[in-house]
Design a protein around this ligand. Sequence first.
Ligand code: HEC
Ligand code: HEC
Length: 319
Amino acid sequence: MKNNLLLLISAIFILTTNCGKKEKTNNIPDYRISNSTQNSSNGFSLLKNNCLTCHSPTDNMENRIAPPMEAIKRHYISTETTEEAFTKDLIDFLNNPTVEKSKMPNAVHRFNLMPRMGYRESDLKEIAAYIFNTNLEKPGWFEQHFNEERAKYRLKNNTTPIDQGRQIAMNTKAVLGKNLMLAIQNKGTEKAISFCNTRAIPLTDSMAIAQQAKIKRVSDKNRNPKNAANDDELAYIELSKKRINNNQSPQPQIKNLGDKLIGYYPIMTNKMCLQCHGQPESEVLPNTLKRLKSLYPNDKALGYSENELRGIWVIEMGN
Ligand code: HEC
Ligand code: HEC
């Protein structure tokens, strides 16, 4: 009896201490694992369960529902994009996908806009961290397709920097111009203002990523405060205006800053521009004017005529 009790007590003792020990040894490594790698593997399972059915890394080109995640990564992240900025862009888009916010107009055109899915913000943060920090799996056809897309914009090797910059500016102008014309045709001038208001800068940015350059459109008489020219840019604008006044055409200019080159290219007005940049009331009609005033209370970009310097492209390229 006494022996049995002793056995029982020691058994309980062993059991409890073992359990205690077991719990402890199990807890510590688990905790450490979750600190170091669980975040990314959790990010991966969130990505897999929520996104990869549509953004599949293996589906072939013909039967896809959406671009592979690697394509999205390359349109959202340039060498200068921080993880923070990427996370914000991703969450902004997914919380409420709109054509205005898209950085991938071709994908919207081909697949239609991504539906709004109602993801949890905390999940999206983990997904963003995973996408940002990990090499993603991509389909076999992807690299070739991506290079072909990029080749559309690829610059000829033997061109001078000033021509390379011009090509980048003209490619961007073509994309902006085409989309602006479509907006005017489909919705009229007044509504097309929202296109310029919400799309001009994002479209310019996505062209910048596609062409691996920094692209700005600035002016001495800017409409959007973000497009105000800095001192160097103003100097180039003044020079160009002088040439125009002397009946010469403005010349592009390139500045060498050692590790980078900055190209300046004139942007001239034509008749089409005057419906939004011309004489108030007579050319910029009252409704259009009202809409412009409400979006841009400090608008300086009115009163232009044809063939005037409306602003400049500023193209920053690696040297
Ligand atoms: C039901 C299908 C579907 C699911 C699920 C889905 N997407 Fe998409 N997504 C699309 C389609 C279609 C597009 C291409 C059209 C577009 O860009 O809006 C797209 C585009 C995108 C874009 C690019 C938006 C742009 O145009 O700039 C991002 C970023 C994106 N998806 C992230 C995600 C993430 C992250 C997840 C998971 C949390 C996810 N998607 C889940 C269908 C989906
Ligand atoms: C439908 C109206 C509309 C038309 C047409 C239009 N623009 Fe604009 N433009 C705008 C709006 C709105 C902005 C401000 C965009 C922003 O907020 O980024 C703008 C901005 C600009 C800028 C950037 C500098 C600034 O003032 O903020 C330039 C340069 C420019 N436009 C040139 C032109 C030229 C050249 C044409 C004709 C080929 C033209 N625009 C036609 C509405 C228009």
